[in-house]
Write a new protein. Structure first.
Length: 295
């Protein structure tokens, strides 16, 4: 299964020293600024994995401070083929209880002020995002989570808010009226950027609490969230081990692998050379065909 290389975005608690064979912590530079921290790469059951802690070591970066572009760029530079994001989420539905896992399949972006694209400033691209997650990787992650003993809901609409504050009660009711099932602060623009980098992306959300729409209960309590997060982390680690067993021996090509073929609208002869340089990883497959110009 050497052609699979799974990138995992989540907390540092998702892996433990000794869990990966040939583990190495590597600082990888990005053309888009400073990533959240170094990556840890190694083998798990014969499959290559690369981890990056979304909020950095010690959870020092607030959601709006995460350099999502750099994190995705770094994973692409490491040779990752597919990305599994693991995130804590709040529930907007009674049946999605704390401790449950939700395989998100749709996203509503309410974030503001975050860099949402690798493109622009010399090369323009419009990737399709109607279905923002990879169905193949999502299905594999669902099976793995069930094997790990988690109660899994397959499918859910995630509303991404800016944070770092939790929602007001009025906002929580609004999101429920929109049809959203869960709420979080990090899936966007992460999923957008993974698509632009031609990386199939799946999001497994771990429910930590009910959002504040339940009028008869108290507001969201961080202490309770941290307790559930610790319990879910054990299942998440087991899920990754089970994922290895679910992976087909051969990774068949995904349509997302070549999504930029029909997304870049700037004619090649008009590509800005400085933009080309920054996109050497994200769009490296196409950049390699770029005719180098003399000065």
């Amino acid at each position: 299964m050497a052609d699979w290389h799974i990138g995992v975005i989540g907390g540092s608690g998702l892996y433990e020293p000794g869990a990966l064979e040939d583990a190495q912590e590597i600082a990888v530079n990005s053309a888009f600024g400073e990533p959240s921290g170094p990556v840890t790469t190694g083998q798990l059951g014969g499959v290559k994995f690369t981890f990056i802690a979304r909020h950095g070591a010690g959870h020092k970066r607030a959601p709006s401070e995460v350099n999502f572009r750099a994190n995705i760029d770094v994973l692409k530079r490491c040779g990752v083929t597919d990305v599994l994001a693991i995130s804590a989420i709040g529930s907007l539905k009674e049946e999605f209880a704390p401790g449950d896992f939700v395989a998100v399949d749709q996203l509503i972006d309410r974030t503001v002020g975050r860099e949402r694209s690798f493109f622009g400033e010399g090369i323009v691209a419009h990737v399709p995002l109607a279905d923002p997650v990879c169905p193949r990787l999502t299905e594999l992650a669902c099976k793995a989570a069930k094997k790990a003993g988690a109660k899994v809901h397959k499918g859910g609409i995630y509303v991404a808010i800016e944070g770092p504050q939790f929602s007001t009660r009025a906002e929580s009711h609004l999101y429920r009226n929109w049809g959203a099932d869960v709420i979080g602060m990090t899936a966007m623009p992460e999923a957008r950027l993974a698509r632009e980098a031609e990386l199939p992306y799946a999001l497994m959300g771990m429910v930590t609490d009910y959002d504040c729409w339940r009028d008869e209960t108290a507001d969201v309590d961080v202490t309770d969230i941290l307790k559930v997060m610790a319990e879910n982390s054990n299942k998440a680690r087991t899920m990754l081990e089970a994922l290895v067993a679910q992976l087909p021996k051969k990774r068949e090509a995904s349509p997302i692998d070549t999504i930029l073929d029909y997304a870049i609208i700037t004619p090649r002869e008009a590509w800005d050379i400085s933009a080309v340089t920054k996109l050497d990883a994200v769009a490296g497959r196409l950049i390699d065909m770029f005719p180098h110009r003399g000065s």
